[in-house]
Design a protein around this ligand. Structure first.
Ligand code: PEP
Ligand code: MG
Length: 581
């Protein structure tokens, strides 16, 4: 029995057999062939190249229709590789000389070229390595008969997935019935992969560093997503202990669900709004089951992932109006797309960036591509007549961006009015406060919006200079850092002084000791993963608002994140011992 430690990403306990999953590197078989088999191998290669060509041309056509010819041309480099006659000849020579299967020969040759290209001084050639590697994987998948979206095809017995990394889009494809839990070598607590796991209610531990090296295929493991532990080949006593823990967890959840229909109100009748975060419309039943007062963050960029074309205006309109109707009369806050960072839309073929979280992301992308942005705004406005819709922009860094976004919104409103398409002209518009420059100057932004929603997942990473997906520095990612306490308090105070309401949709809002602090700071709306809602509500219902305010006063005097954390846990223990482990 061995225990590995990682970062708790999604709560719960699961046990089962481990299945290594490698989305990055394909396992390429090597087998010897006879000379007679060479023509058949060449034919397999030709077929795989043709298939890959068709796939790329069809992506190219969609990109061209949606974005214009110049964007589709990015994929020309892929096609050139596929059409390269000298590469074909090299592979055929390799087959004759080495008498190995074609996937092995193809892989060896391309990898050799990649190595040479990556060392060259020529910048153009160096930049082509990503294109060539993409073609390598596509051709290999076609040769191996693998579906490009392997995770959605996972239909065998339930397993615990073990991967070096999983992208948010891969996680979004998981089926709860087939994936009991997952474990990754890299990643952080507020990565979108972790957030997605919480939404799917799949226990997960990330940032284990050695998981793929230490957990072999088929071995029995326990994944404790609450405490960030993996037990490999546990003994009987440990299995029993965790089974008990599983039952206890289920029982606590059942008990907590009793508060589902009760108001989020303190003992002295201070009320707050408790909303849920979602990535996809399918999550609405879970939102309702956990007793949310609405949706505080709809991460619409997930509509763009796992597909090879753009969601149309109509498709987006259907998604937003369905969610609005299901939640009516409760509000639903649609966040305009936040592509970039750790969420990539493959047909866009965005150039790789050194610092994607600080790069071409969110509102920056939307303002640079008003054609795509307008389509989304039209869909949101059209859907606004079907319920209580609000909208907000991600990653606003200052007034200029906010004004530009609002100007485009106005133009789209005029356009719809001219077309006599109904929409809610009074739709509330908010800014996410998740960039330190916006937090510090939020007094300048408050007059341009109806509300603020604090995005602490990003605010913490930018303010503390701690990459939210890097396990090596995860110990520095502290929501309780005095800098974060001051920033959050300032945003709430400034918002209130300007007469607007202030919510929070970062994961910080869903952690019980922190909810106590935020309640004391006067946060108006808490938006978190549906599974966290009952426990946050229980915290709120267990305390007097005046007690929470005194906790804030004390916490602000402390000097380190650790001191604040211990103080908040002790304070919560005082009023709701059952909610503290
Ligand atoms: C945040 O940054 O806190 C947030 C809610 O947005 P996301 O996690 O999608 O970046
Ligand atoms: Mg964010």
């Amino acid at each position: 029995m061995t225990t590995l430690k990682g970062i708790p990403a999604a709560p719960g306990v699961a046990m089962g057999k481990a299945l290594p999953f490698d989305s990055e590197e394909l396992l390429v078989p090597r087998r010897t062939i006879t000379e007679e088999q060479i023509p058949a191998e060449v034919l397999r290669l030709e077929e795989a190249l043709i298939k890959t060509r068709h796939q790329i041309v069809s992506i190219q056509k969609k990109v061209s229709d949606e974005l214009g010819q110049e964007h589709a041309e990015i994929l020309n480099a892929h096609l050139l590789v596929l059409e390269d006659q000298s590469l074909r000849e090299e592979i055929i020579t390799g087959l004759r000389k080495q008498l190995l299967n074609v996937e092995a020969i193809f892989n060896d040759i391309i990898k050799h070229h990649l190595k040479v290209f990556s060392r060259t001084e020529d910048e153009y050639l160096r930049e082509r390595t990503a294109d060539i590697d993409d073609v390598r994987k596509r051709v290999l998948r076609n040769l191996l008969g693998q579906h490009p979206d392997a995770l959605s095809q996972l239909r065998q017995e339930s397993v615990v997935l073990v991967a070096r990394d999983l992208s948010p889009s891969e996680t979004a494809q998981m089926h709860k019935g087939h994936v009991l839990a997952f474990v990754t070598d890299i990643g952080g607590r507020t990565s979108h992969t972790a957030i997605m796991a919480k939404s799917l209610e799949i226990p997960a531990v990330v940032g284990v560093e050695v998981a793929t090296r230490r957990i072999p295929k088929g071995v029995f493991v326990i994944v404790d997503g609450t405490h960030g532990q993996i037990i490999i080949e546990p003994d009987e006593a440990t299995i029993k202990r965790y089974e008990l823990e599983q039952r206890r967890g289920q029982e606590l959840n059942r008990q907590l669900l009793h508060v589902k229909d009760l108001p989020a109100e303190t003992l002295d009748h201070h009320t707050v709004v408790l909303s849920a975060n979602i990535e996809l419309p399918d999550e609405v039943p879970s939102v309702i089951a956990h007793g949310a007062n609405g949706i505080g963050l709809f991460r619409t960029e997930f509509l763009y992932l796992n597909r090879s074309d753009f969601p149309t205006e109509e498709e987006q309109y259907q998604a937003y109006s369905t969610v609005a109707e299901q939640l009516k009369p409760h509000p639903v806050i649609i966040r305009t797309m936040d592509l970039g960072g750790d969420k990539f839309f493959s047909p866009l073929q965005l150039p790789s960036e050194m610092n994607p979280f600080m790069g071409w992301r969110a509102i920056r992308f939307s303002l640079a591509r008003p054609d795509i942005f307008r389509l989304q705004l039209r869909a949101i406005l059209r859907a606004s007549v079907h319920g209580n819709l609000k909208m907000m922009y991600p990653m606003i860094s200052g007034s200029e961006e906010l004004r530009r976004a609002n100007e485009i919104l106005q133009e789209v409103k005029h356009e719809l009015a001219r077309e006599r398409v109904p929409f809610d002209d009074q739709i509330e518009v908010g800014a996410m406060i998740e960039v330190p420059s916006a937090a510090v100057t939020c007094d300048l932004l408050a007059h341009e919006v109806d509300f603020f929603s604090i995005g602490t997942n990003d605010l913490i990473q930018y303010a503390l200079a701690v990459d939210r997906v890097n396990e090596k520095i995860a110990y520095l990612y502290e929501p309780t850092h005095p800098a974060i306490l001051r920033l959050v308090k300032q945003i709430i105070d400034v918002g209130h002084a300007a007469d607007i309401w202030v919510g929070m949709c970062g994961e910080m809002a869903g952690e019980p000791p922190l909810s106590l602090l935020l309640l004391g700071m006067g946060l108006d709306e808490f938006s978190t993963s549906p599974v966290q809602l009952p426990i946050v509500k229980q915290v709120i219902r267990s305390v007097e608002h005046s007690f929470a305010k005194s906790v804030v006063e004390q916490a602000l005097k402390l000097r380190t994140g650790k001191e604040v954390e211990s103080f908040l846990i002790a304070s919560l223990k005082q009023v709701a011992p059952a909610l503290v482990e």
